[in-house]
Every structure is written in C-alpha cells, then in structure tokens.
Ligand binder design. Sequence first.
Ligand SMILES: *Cc1c(COP(=O)(O)O)cnc(C)c1O
Length: 392
Amino acid sequence: MIPSVMPTYARFDVVFERGEGPWLYAADGRRFLDFAAGIAVCSLGHCHPRLVAALKEQAEKVWHTSNLYRIAGQESLSQRLVELTFADTVFFGNSGAEANECAIKIARRYQFDKGRPERYRVVVMSTAFHGRTLATVAAGDQAKGKYGFGPETVGFDRVPFGDLDAAKAAVGPETAAILLEPVQGEGGMRAADFAYLRALRELADAEDILLMFDEVQCGVGRTGKLFAYEWSGVTPDVMTIAKGIGGGFPVGACLATERAAKAMVAGSHGSTFGGNPLAMAVGNAVLDEITAPGFLDRVNAIAAVLRDALAERVRRFPDLFEEVRGLGLMAGLKCRVVNTDVVNRLFEEGLLAVPAGDNVLRFVPPLIVGREDVEAAMAILDRVCETWRKNS
Ligand SMILES: *Cc1c(COP(=O)(O)O)cnc(C)c1O
C-alpha cells in the first residue's frame, strides 16, 4: 500500500522534535550534530532567537495579504538586497526552483523585448542542479529527476562545467542566457574557476545574452562572502537565491539588473505566496544577522577550521577520501568509498551530513557553528573512519 506521504524520498527513520543552534533532538531521545542544516537552509541554526522573535512578532500582526497589495517586508528586503548586490530589482517566490523559473522567464522576456523571440535557449552545465519543476529539471543534469517525465521541456543546451570553449560553441542565434551555479552543490561541491566566470561574463556581453547565477545553495553567506560571485569579481545579470535566506522558512528570490528585467511588467509573472509578510519578516531577520559586523569574518574563520580539519582527514584516511571540495562552509570530501555508506554511518554516530554527486560527502553546517562543534563533528568522523578501516 502506498504510504499516505507520497514516497518520493528515501528518508532516514528519525523524527526530529526540537532543534537548538547546530543540534537536533529526535523524538526517541537521540541527539544529532547537524552538519546538513536542512541542506544548507538553516543558515543560523535551529530556533535562532532573533528568527523566532521575528516570526512570532509578524504572526501576531498579519500573515498573508496577496501581492495585490504592497508588502512592507518585500520593500525593505528587496531594497537591502539591491544595496548589497549588483541587482536593481527582486522578485520573491517560495523556493529555489521558482526563483530559477523566474530567471529563465526573465531571459526569454529580455530577448523577446529586444525583438529577438527566437532567442529563447539557455546554455546550462553538466552536473548542474536547478530544481524539480519541469523547466528546472530540464535545466539541470540529474538523470533521476528526468526519468519517466518526458517529453523534456525544451530550450536548454548543456556544456561541460568549466569548459569555456564548449560554452562559446554552444552560444548561437537562439541563445538567450547562460545559467550556472558559481559553486555546484548537488553536482559534487565544485567551485567554478574565477577566470572561467570572467570569460563567461565577456561572452555574455559580446552576444547580448544574460549571465545568470544560481546561488540557491552557495549564496547568503555560505561561502564566506554574502554571495559567492563576490569572490570572482564577476557580476551576473540575474541571480537566484533561496535556501539560506529563509533560515528554514520557505523563501526564494530572483535578483536582476534593471536592464535584464525591464520587460517584467505588471501581469508578466507572479506568485500567490511569494514574499508574504511571514517570509519577509524572517528573510529580513536572517539578513540582519548575516550582514552584522564580524559575522562573515567568523564564517570565514570557522570555514578555514573545518576545511583544514577535512584536509587532515584526507591525509589520515587516504584509503577513504581523495580531496576537499567546495568553498567556505560549503565543504565536501570526495570519497573513495561509497559516500552514502559514510553518511549512514555518521548518522548512526549522531552526525548529519549529506551526500552530493560525484561520490562526495557534503558538510553544510549552520553558519553559526563554533570551533567546538567542528571538533565534535571531526571526532565522530574519525570514529567512523577508524571503525571502517578495522572492518575492511
Ligand atoms: C536546492 C537547490 C535548488 C532547488 O531549490 P528548491 O527550493 O528545492 O526548489 C536549485 N538550485 C540549487 C543550486 C540548489 O541547491
């Protein structure tokens, strides 16, 4: 009999009842150190007092009004994002996939508005992940998300991630945009080369196509900058964010320059729930914390601690691990053993981590983790690795 919850996930047999900072407490009494953070979502850990207060305060005022009316939280959060980034304007949705749908629509509308409706295709990357709607599944390169869901949404041309010549060759008279993650998450925690991003920027400018960054996972402080693109010095025309900006409340956003989004007029796009007062109260509170003086310095410091610790495990357990991947607190260990087996054993020992593509073990802890949390996580990892060795 099919379970009442549609069985589209392979879930761990655990129910979490309560969370505090980087810790989760299960209904059966077990305690877990959370280096998964809801897959890079709980940027400030669980039940951060300022987020709880912001949500409670808004819950007692008004929850939802519809985008038929002005929403103060959208106006303040968008204004702040505009001041902090390359962008001039922001559309709010509820998820990463929706943010990417908006980006794809902006690219098509941009070209249409310029009298080039034949330019509708988007150059996308190998091992990319952009979500699970029909268009974002087609934009991504995850076979399991496509299987049995054909015909595939048209309009995407895939090239190898990091291969500039392939990108140049793929851009043609029907191209509207290039879409990529500056740091791939699901695909295996791969950071794009800065020179490659710069060259894509030049390519986009030369062809009058949009450069669009999916920062749903790598954005909002995760890499140690507010947005990952800042490391490269390359600014996109469009950028999507979600996961970290809501800290666990569903929020997605598509940021764009005025030039890219000027054809997105009233009636062209929308969302019932997108940017509702509850979501905006939390988003603003997350941004308060992450942009507070010293916050990102602490992220960079603890990221260095984590990455050094992981590098040490690569040296100590070369039979298990190959290299450290990613950027900042978006950290991965490329495994020589099956990554999901390691994740399962870490779970048994009380540490939550997430598998990623290319056999990578992913650590995306809350940005507020401390040195002692990293040490506790490494102690569990060591225990699992030593037991592994003994038994093999
Ligand atoms: C998680 C993720 C998405 C999809 O976000 P949803 O909220 O699940 O729709 C898109 N892009 C990237 C890079 C992601 O990591």
